[in-house]
Design a protein around this ligand. Structure first.
Ligand SMILES: [Mn+2]
Length: 315
């Protein structure tokens, strides 16, 4: 594996002509925005580029891939993945490409190398701003579709410029998006100011059932599958729901447990700067960032809740 600078990454892209671009499983705005922007930028340079259709993309983001997808990579394609931190983050549909991925563009600090070459900048708030830096080096002009793809990546990975990862560079890139005509008000309304009824209902349930520990500094909630079924929430409704209990005043760290199957619980921990969410998830074989981390627990919900509570109180 070879580590590239932005300039070397640009040179690599310039030297190839036919691209298949991969996004990650449970795709978020950054992986969809990054792959869309990269595809559009390469096409602007006269290259043949497609994103590989990711069947997990929700309607919130699928419009960004419209007109860019193909069903399968062809032999001889240069394969690039964006915002994919580890082989485990590739969708199952893409697993057969493992070992044949040429380039990875990413911003995850905890990443595992699994491609021939990689450009990884952990200080970059989003993968999308990194992709744009590389495209700019190639002489790509920011048009409205590229601007909106980059903006969706940046804004979703920074919680609309509120998270601690937001930098001056993040704002500078967003300013270029604005200049190029990205409809920021409409995107912000849709991505950050709109709730589904299902999401509001599960938030209501969380408010009624979360437990406050250590004088209100820690919060935790365990959501049985039957509750999700009764309310009728979709995965889209539950997207990033774990950041909700963290928003209660005084809470430094919050743990959300979802019963995802019989004997399987998904744990998500959110923490403010100065606290490390991975301290909790590492105990259960998980990982992530200090501010946001996760793990899968092979136990029933009650046992899992007890174990997580013990882990939090042991901090
Ligand atoms: Mn990202």
């Amino acid at each position: 594996m070879k580590i590239l600078t932005k300039a070397e990454c640009a040179a690599f892209l310039k030297a190839h002509d036919r691209f298949t671009i991969l996004s990650h499983t449970r795709p978020d705005g950054d992986t969809i925005g990054s792959t869309a922007a990269l595809c559009l930028g390469l096409r602007q340079l006269g290259k043949t580029a497609h994103v590989l259709e990711n069947r997990e993309v929700s309607p919130r983001f699928s419009w960004l891939h419209q007109g860019l997808t193909k069903q399968a990579a062809q032999p001889g394609d240069t394969i690039v993945c964006a915002d994919v931190a580890s082989p485990g983050m590739l969708p199952k549909d893409f697993a057969h490409l493992l070992g044949g991925i040429h380039l990875r563009i990413d911003h995850h600090g905890s990443a595992t190398s699994f491609t021939e070459e990689e450009l990884v900048e952990p200080d970059s708030a989003s993968c999308a701003e990194l992709v744009w830096d590389v495209l700019k080096l190639l002489g790509v002009g920011m048009d409205q579709p590229i601007a909106e793809a980059v903006y969706v990546g940046i804004s979703t990975d920074t919680g609309c410029f509120r998270f601690a990862n937001t930098t001056a560079h993040t704002f500078a890139t967003a300013a270029q998006c604005a200049q190029a005509g990205a409809k920021m008000y409409e995107l912000n309304q849709e991505l950050f100011e709109t709730n589904t009824l299902g999401r509001l209902k599960i938030q209501g349930w969380i408010v009624d059932h979360m437990r406050m520990l250590r004088g209100g500094q820690l919060a935790m909630v365990a959501i049985p599958r039957t509750v999700e079924q009764e309310i009728g929430v979709t995965e889209d409704d539950m997207d990033n729901i774990s950041s909700f209990p963290r928003t209660v005043a005084g809470v430094k760290m919050a743990a959300t447990l979802r019963q995802t199957g019989d004997g399987e619980v998904k744990l998500s921990v959110r923490a403010i700067p100065g606290y490390d969410a991975t301290v909790i998830t590492a105990r259960f074989g998980g990982g992530g960032h200090k501010g946001a981390a996760g793990a899968t627990l092979k136990m029933d919900l009650e046992t899992a809740a007890k174990a997580v509570e013990e882990a939090m109180l042991a901090m």
